[in-house]
Design a protein around this ligand. Structure first.
Ligand SMILES: NC(=O)c1ccc[n+]([C@@H]2O[C@H](COP(=O)([O-])OP(=O)(O)OC[C@H]3O[C@@H](n4cnc5c(N)ncnc54)[C@H](O)[C@@H]3O)[C@@H](O)[C@H]2O)c1
Ligand SMILES: [Zn+2]
Length: 530
């Protein structure tokens, strides 16, 4: 993985959040050059910003900002503090974030006001209005959407030196940042080792902060998120994805006075992620959501894309909605306690992502020495971080192309029509990832039978699944006929025919629209075994 060390660090945010002071301190600690874009423009023009505005006009100033963004974006190793509006222009964001990490410093309007009042250097007319506090609230609201996409760093009532220290500590963990451009809510996916303790500071919250977790993960990690207002714990296990669980969470939120300005932190695997996503989407018509996935499946797959679902007595995943998080913080250190069989279950989705788009990822898994049989699945945090980063990039590319799951995102269902049927027939005694592994092999077998892929690809998929210790055969106790029947009830079934995603080669799938039951049965019989 590329080390962050020499990447530019860009600090943005509203005036009075301390980006220049923190930037200077950070530059000193890291022995790097500091650049304040406003000062650089003033220096080059030999004029102050008010003079530039008065004599050359705002458009000229914005053009100067754009030129500087492009210029600095080409360089490395800088600490850059930007003018308050520079990062509201997507072209500037693209120029600077390509080789840099962006942090948006945030503070409450009261803190901003008191800092600006105490700043002898403050040359802005902002305070020369009858009600400066109201003016700040209004401006912050107007900027909110523009700053939405960036990783927030709360400055609270801390001294700039404290803010600098925590930023430095965070950067030194070398997390990887990925931007997700969603029309409803652009956000970042951060994967790192030991980043959970930064959750509170990175949540971007200005209201109450509530963690929703399960009984296993809560005991291990709820305390690590930093001080929060409340922790809601649901029992562990897939049976929790119900309206009854959601109702009990609503009750607790109301009891503590949680309102629409609050933020929910989903700390746990995909079950916690689904339940929390549903709650965050619906409570008071929607509150902020931060995803802190702690299982490999959640990190490499379900914490991205915003889909959540709940079960009804009539079937699994029958209701749900889209709720994008404001940020996803995936701390791979938490995987050290994930049971090996859960780790393995997540590997099935990682293999799927490798097959869908990333030859290198697939080869890495094929060449790795990790397997459940070897005792533990936990490799070094760096290796796992790379694996999660590569897998999530595949998911990101699909959800960005198809945010509402109307087209190409369905490629991510590779192996899943088989998997859901196997889970159903097994009455969920087969884990999701195990079922996906069987489903991937089944999809390859069917694809080969229908002439869409080579026997070589089918063998390759079979081998990689087996190599990591996932099942490549369907237990004989689940009859092919029962699985076929469960498949045709799959909710993703098109009106008249069974729609299946079939592999063609690594990076390419074929959507088969009318696969015959008899063809599927041939595959299911061939796969029925140990
Ligand atoms: N990929 C999909 O298609 C998809 C999408 C949404 C939901 N799901 C559902 O997600 C579930 C499986 O996902 P999951 O594995 O994330 O489920 P999960 O949330 O149930 O987590 C699995 C188990 O691991 C424990 N756990 C999680 N993180 C831990 C950690 N760091 N240390 C110790 N224990 C930890 C949990 O308490 C739980 O017992 C299935 O029910 C599946 O149906 C799947
Ligand atoms: Zn899945």
């Amino acid at each position: 993985m590329q080390n962050n060390d020499n990447k530019n660090i860009i600090l943005t945010g509203f005036m009075g959040t301390g980006k220049t002071t923190v930037g200077k301190l950070l530059a000193k600690k890291l022995g790097r050059q500091f650049i304040d874009t406003d000062h650089l423009i003033e220096e080059r023009q030999g004029m102050t910003i008010p003079e530039i505005f008065a004599e050359l006009g705002e458009a000229a100033f914005r053009q100067m900002e754009a030129d500087i963004a492009r210029e600095l974006g080409e360089r490395e190793g800088l600490i850059i503090s930007t003018g308050g509006r520079l990062m509201l222009d997507p072209a500037n964001v693209a120029a600077l974030s390509d080789k840099g990490r962006v942090f948006c410093l945030v503070a409450t309007p009261q803190e901003i006001l008191s800092r600006l009042k105490n700043d002898p250097d403050n040359r802005r007319p902002l305070l020369d209005v009858p009600n400066p506090s109201e003016q700040i609230v209004e401006l912050l609201q107007a900027r909110k959407r523009g700053y939405q996409r960036f990783l927030k760093l709360a400055t609270d009532d801390r001294q700039p030196s404290d803010v600098t220290d925590s930023l430095l500590e965070f950067i030194q963990r070398n997390p990887k940042h990925f931007a997700i451009d969603n029309p409803a809510q652009p956000y970042e996916f951060i994967v790192g080792n030991g980043i959970l303790p930064f959750t509170r500071q990175l949540a971007g919250a200005d209201g109450m902060l509530v963690v929703i977790t399960d009984s296993v993960v809560g005991k291990l990690y709820a305390q690590s998120c930093g001080s929060v207002d409340h922790v809601i714990t649901i029992p562990t296990g897939g049976q929790q994805k119900t309206l009854a669980t959601v109702q009990s969470i609503y009750d607790q939120l109301l009891e503590i006075g949680f309102d629409r300005f609050g933020t929910i932190i989903a700390l746990g695997g995909s079950v916690v992620g689904d339940v929390s996503g549903f709650v965050a989407a619906t409570f008071m018509r929607g509150v902020n959501l931060v995803q802190c996935p702690t299982s490999l499946l959640a990190m490499a797959d379900t914490s991205i894309g915003g889909k959540n679902s709940l079960d009804l007595p009539q079937g699994k995943n029958l209701i749900g909605n889209f709720k994008q998080p404001t940020v996803v913080l995936a701390d791979v250190a938490t995987l050290s306690t994930l049971p090996p069989e859960e780790m393995l279950s997540g590997m099935a989705e990682v293999i799927k992502h490798g097959l869908l788009a990333d030859t290198d990822l697939l080869e890495k898994i094929e060449g790795s020495t990790w397997s459940l049989q070897a005792g533990s699945f936990y490799s070094s945090p760096v290796e796992i971080q790379t694996l999660v980063a590569q897998a999530i990039q595949v998911k990101i590319s699909f959800v960005q192309k198809d945010p509402f799951d109307l087209g190409i995102r369905s490629n991510l269902n590779l192996g899943h029509t088989f998997a859901h049927a196997i889970e159903k027939v097994s009455e969920n005694s087969v884990r999701h990832g195990e079922a996906v592994a069987m489903g991937l092999v089944a999809a390859a077998d069917l694809s080969m039978r229908l002439g869409h892929c080579s026997g070589q690809l089918k063998d390759r998929i079979d081998q990689v699944v087996m190599k990591v210790g996932l099942p490549n055969r369907i237990p004989a106790e689940f009859s092919p006929e029962a699985i076929l029947e469960a498949m045709s009830l799959d909710k993703k079934r098109a009106a008249k025919s069974l729609r299946l995603v079939l592999p063609v080669q690594v990076g390419q799938v074929f959507i088969a629209d009318d696969v015959l039951g008899s063809e599927i049965l041939d595959t299911l019989y061939a796969m029925s075994g140990n």
